[in-house]
Ligand binder design. Sequence first.
Ligand SMILES: Nc1ncnc2c1ncn2[C@@H]1O[C@H](COP(=O)(O)OP(=O)(O)O)[C@@H](O)[C@H]1O
Ligand SMILES: [Mg+2]
Length: 508
Amino acid sequence: MENTPVVQMRNITKRFPGVIANEGVDLTLHKGEVLALLGENGAGKSTLMNMLVGLYRPDEGEIYVNCKKATINSPQDSMALGIGMIHQEFMLVGNLSVAENIVLGLPGLEIKPNFTEIGKRIIELSNKYDLGVKPDSIIDDLTVGEQQRVEILKLLYRGANILILDEPTAVLTPGESKELNSIIKKMLSEGKSAVFITHKMNEVLDFSDTVQVLRKGKNVGTRATSTITKLQDIANLMVGRDVLFSLEKGEFKPGEVKVELKDVTCITNTSPRPLLDHVNLQIRSGEILGIAGVAGNGQQALSEVITGLRRTCEGHIFLNGIEMTNKTPLQVINSGVSHIPADRNKMGIVGDMSVGENLSMKKYRTEELTQHNIVNKSLIKVFANKLIKTFTIKTPTQYTNAKFLSGGNIQKTILAREIDSCKGILIAVYPSRGLDVGATETVRKNIIAQRDKGAAVLFVSEELDELQMVSDRIAVMYEGRIMDVMDTKDATTEKIGLLMAGVERSDV
Ligand SMILES: Nc1ncnc2c1ncn2[C@@H]1O[C@H](COP(=O)(O)OP(=O)(O)O)[C@@H](O)[C@H]1O
Ligand SMILES: [Mg+2]
């Protein structure tokens, strides 16, 4: 790392209606440096970076690029300065090809671009960085991991040498993250500079030279990564209080069986093997059953058959002792099932409705929120404010549209609604994915609290330490099958790891 600053942000303030997203923030990035920008969901990280790529303009403060004062009014301006960003939410157009997406918005593009030439250049870059991206693929046909690599190729194609990576691994599986990280390392080895936003501490230590922490829009510390001896210190700095890395859990007192699957099998014509293959499971009241497995091995299908979102081809599902095989989602909800889905934006919230409306969505038909059969606005107001407070949802007001919240706060909104309305069965799919340490702690605590109150919980996660911390028993899924179910105390990391890779129990 040389000592030349390539980016200096000085005293940056940015306000949105009702929030100060950044307040007097300074940030310096040197040539060849990787700066890890950390902070809780909603701390202002994306906002700060969006000002470097011309999506927002600072209300106050100055930006210098390569020691010259810069006015960045548009993505084109930032591109001309060699700055490129991979956004938290993908910015690709789904029904266009990779090549079309890559040249979209490039300055000086002819009316009929020469796609043979463009394709050649894409293949060249793809080979050089091992991206496996083909110019003619349609974006919608690609997996999330592949789309992420298209975003990277877009930056390379445009010759960016200052890279901003906004939680690039948050939506990826561990395998995809590892691949992505080695690609990023390769890019960085060529002297490019980068700001890397992530919640994963191992990535921070692995990649960065410097760590800068934001809290509530303000800078609260900048450290050389090499001087960080305890991750706990960084976590505390982010949250502004001591974060517990272990959880308190009441005694394990399982009761009657609340969820039972007998030989449940699901076949689709889009997949060569069954999504679920003769699954047998029981979850009792007062019990958290953790599901381990690499994403895509049937976890999602499992949650969908239980919640009525997917049809079972064979087998039986019992909820609270009553057969509920292939009932509608509404019938399942009415039988007391709450669901925290994997895809929060598509399934969990309605972005154009307010936070308060999203919170009351499952209860507006009930006595709690109606008077004489009419939804009562003041009851909703009190109800929503109570949940916002209990779950520390960061929102200017309950009338703000849900889509304006940061990812972590959208997740908290779903969680608040589902946990508040939980009547005995909770299906939680990757509930802490992409969340910061503080929000993750809140999520885990609340799930355990439901279990302590007697709920039967299905808890899907990819993080083994999280599963071991939260679950009472752990089942491992591989290719739609349950490989084994064991008590958490017997579920060592090695054992789960082997089962996740498809090694049979008798061989473990
Ligand atoms: N376009 C916007 N309109 C209104 N508020 C916004 C907008 N973008 C971000 N915010 C608010 O600014 C704050 C910081 O958000 P953000 O920069 O996305 O945080 P982070 O990336 O650290 O999670 C949050 O309170 C968020 O709700
Ligand atoms: Mg963000």
